[in-house]
Design a protein around this ligand. Structure first.
Ligand code: SF4
Length: 427
């Protein structure tokens, strides 16, 4: 379809850059952070972090001040005193889960989320999940995954969570192909995509994670899946092990990324190119109009992206190609070459890519480059602002709906706003 449809990614630019690899000190949230958006997405799920007071503090501060009377996450605090013996710790965990389920009959899916304190590492959470599942099934399904800072950076928590769901999904058939969208999207974005897939005549579309655990998608050899997020390596592997086939595509950020992403599904489901053009053109035209005011504010501005969310490469592609920003350095905690292949083709030749992090060295490079805008984690933003640099918190890019045509201008605005704010401060 690429040859026929205006707007589909042509993929003519091949990145010739070599990737710098660093493995020093990192400055990234751990995978527990994913709970902040996942608990809103799967509405009958509960996330029980098995961790320390530090873990409890982290997710509460990441979620902001607790405004929910009954939040759908909590921390079972396991400290030395709980570990006179492992039996005690397991008994303690069973007691907490039993109490929770008795108090919250709305919970249908409970995740035991592992963390990195040594007291927790000693506990076998997969056995605990099995034991507790036997006790509470079928009313409540109990799964486990790790959000530990040793094993995961913050968006990898979502990957670990979704991968843990895959063994629980029902088997798909070998009949008519079905499309599965993988990766959490804001409900409003999901609804927009659903309307477009429907207009394209692509049958019943399923989502992982679903909004409700009773709506787990069936997965099998007739499943073709599109990743909506670039940080889902384990989940994709688990789906492929079930026979599902990944559709290669850039990610749906910006007009170009969204078109190419939809185009990959349209190609796989035999959608007529004329229909694709008819359905997508009005959305594209509106999104392009909404984006028109941003190159004036952003073109030529130099941006440095620290490795944080794994969204950095698709973002860099959008910023350079649709807003004409200059990429000083693009960091990513982990580069999945296969999943990012369609994105890498679209980056400007010679771009400086970094995989992993050695935070001090990277800060040195950033300081000497003096970019106009730095995208980084909360821990780096304040010191850099104090040095006179303009920053954007990468975590905001994960919490804000940014995918799809209707969000393309909102995404540009996220980068323009700090520059406008800085200009006002200076004026
Ligand atoms: S899991 Fe580890 S890194 Fe994350 S908050 Fe708990 S102690 Fe800290």
């Amino acid at each position: 379809m690429n040859a026929h449809v205006q707007g589909c990614a042509a993929g003519t630019e091949i990145a010739t850059s070599t990737v710098r690899r660093e493995s020093g000190q990192r400055e990234v949230f751990c995978g527990l952070t994913g709970i902040v958006w996942l608990h809103r997405k799967i509405q009958d799920a509960f996330f029980l972090v098995v961790g320390s007071r530090t873990c409890a503090h982290l997710i509460q501060s990441a979620a902001g001040v607790m405004i929910f009377a009954e939040p759908r996450f909590a921390t079972a605090i396991m400290e030395e005193k709980d570990l006179a013996g492992l039996t005690d710790a397991n008994d303690e965990l069973d007691r907490i889960v039993t109490q929770l389920i008795a108090r919250r009959p709305d919970i249908r899916l409970l995740f035991l989320v592992g963390s990195c304190p040594s007291e927790v590492i000693k506990l076998d959470l997969s056995r605990a999940a099995l034991r507790l599942s036997q006790k509470f099934s079928p009313a409540v399904r109990i799964l486990n995954y790790s959000g530990s800072g040793i094993e995961t950076t913050f968006t990898q928590g979502e990957d670990a969570c979704l991968a843990s769901l895959v063994p629980a999904v029902p088997p798909g058939g070998t009949g008519e192909d079905r499309l599965l969208i993988v990766g959490s999207l804001a409900d409003v974005v999901e609804d927009q995509f659903l309307r477009m897939f429907e207009a394209l005549g692509i049958g019943e579309v399923q989502f992982l994670p679903p909004r409700n655990s009773t709506a787990l998608p069936a997965v099998g050899p007739n499943t073709k899946f599109l990743l909506a997020q670039p940080f889902l390596a384990e989940t994709a592997r688990a789906l492929e092990d079930r026979g599902a086939k990944r559709l290669a595509a850039p990610f749906p950020l910006g007009v170009e990324g969204t078109t190419a992403w939809l185009c990959a599904a349209a190609d796989a489901f035999g959608v007529d190119p004329v229909l694709f053009e008819t359905v997508t053109h009005p959305y594209r035209a509106r999104a392009e109009r909404a984006l028109m005011r941003y190159p004036g504010q952003l073109a030529g501005r130099r941006i440095f992206l620290f490795p944080d969310s794994q969204l950095e490469i698709p973002l860099a592609r959008f910023l350079s190609r649709e807003l004409s920003m200059q990429l000083v350095e693009v960091g990513t905690p982990y580069l999945h070459r296969e999943h990012l292949a369609e994105e890498l083709k679209l980056l400007p030749a010679g771009v400086a890519l970094t995989e992993g992090q050695d935070v001090d060295l990277q800060l040195d490079r950033c300081r000497s480059a003096r970019p106009d805008l730095v995208v980084c984690g909360l821990g780096l933003a304040n010191p850099l602002e104090a040095e006179g640099m303009t920053t954007k918190w990468s975590i905001e890019l994960v919490f804000t709906p940014i995918q799809g045509y209707e969000q393309a201008a909102d995404l540009a605005e996220l980068f323009a706003r700090p520059l406008v704010r800085r200009a006002k401060l200076v004026a």
